[in-house]
Write a protein that binds this ligand. Structure first.
Ligand code: ADP
Length: 260
């Protein structure tokens, strides 16, 4: 922080010097590095026993001759638990990796190709629940400078949420359009919608809105990842939603060259 020193000898304030305050933040940086290291180690160490449990459960299922209804029920509870833990570890690792910046590079790429891939990946998933997938993609989109893998993961999180929080037979629309300054990729659904008080907290880590948390599985990290991806691109994420009417999530990316 730099402030001028003003002294008034004869009633007229005059600048008489500067005060410069310097703060050593190396201990904060060190604590942040230690936190990252801890999460990465813990997540990696949890992955192994989880993989072993998953293989053991799969073998158990294969060796069953005549499982009872209770056997099946217990088995599916165990599977759900293991899968949920795996999702949580994957999301935590994604978030930490992104925030540490180790796996992030800004390179010009064709956003049209990224959108096509997302459509191909999600089409069958949406079909399974008879959800209609509408595409509103402008024909000529500019090249984008960004990290295509992270942007495609962010878009996948939005599409996956639209799928999860919209009932069977619902409508999901993917938009992409640009003006001189920015490119917008948006996902709209006509599903559950989000109450206004929850909207302010959606992008916090582990936050799950109360109206959805018991019915749909999730980690509460998907939108935190989207927000972090947008920040890394100097862009932003916006949400418009009303309970019972659906939600619209917009990822807005600046088009001017980025300096990172
Ligand atoms: P997750 O879906 O794993 O719980 P997210 O961070 O992706 O975590 O989303 C946080 C919360 O925001 C969700 O638990 C849900 O309550 C709400 N949410 C996100 N997307 C939608 C959507 N399209 N419609 C309704 N609620 C949503």
């Amino acid at each position: 922080m730099i402030s001028p020193v003003l002294v008034a000898f004869d009633g007229t304030p005059q600048q008489n010097g500067w005060v410069i305050v310097l703060q050593d933040i190396s201990h904060i940086k060190e604590a942040e590095r230690a936190r990252l290291q801890f999460i990465q180690t813990a997540a990696h160490d949890l992955r192994n026993p989880l993989g072993v449990t998953l293989s053991a459960l799969t073998m158990l299922q294969r060796s069953w001759k005549e499982p009872t209804a209770t056997d099946r029920e217990v088995f599916s509870i165990a599977m759900r638990g293991v899968n949920r833990m795996q999702d949580l570890i994957d999301d935590l690792l994604h978030l930490e990796k992104l925030e540490s910046g180790v796996d992030f590079a800004l390179i010009p790429f064709d956003i049209g190709e990224l959108l096509q891939n997302a459509v191909q990946d999600f089409g069958p998933t949406l079909e399974q629940r008879n959800q209609q997938f509408l595409l509103q993609i402008a024909p000529l989109l500019p090249m984008v400078t960004g990290d295509a893998r992270w942007l495609s993961r962010a878009l996948a999180n939005l599409l996956s949420n639209a799928h999860k929080y919209t009932p069977d037979g619902g409508l999901i629309t993917l938009y992409a359009y640009a003006d001189d300054e920015s490119l917008t990729v948006a996902v709209q659904d006509n599903g559950a919608g989000i109450p206004p008080d929850a909207q302010a907290r959606l992008f916090e880590r582990f936050y799950r809105a109360r109206h959805t948390e018991n019915q749909v599985k999730g980690t509460g990290l998907g939108l935190a990842i989207v927000k972090s991806v947008m920040e890394k691109h100097h862009g932003r994420i916006e949400v418009q939603s009303a309970p019972g009417e659906g939600s619209l999530f917009k990822m807005i990316l600046p088009l001017q060259p980025l300096d990172v």
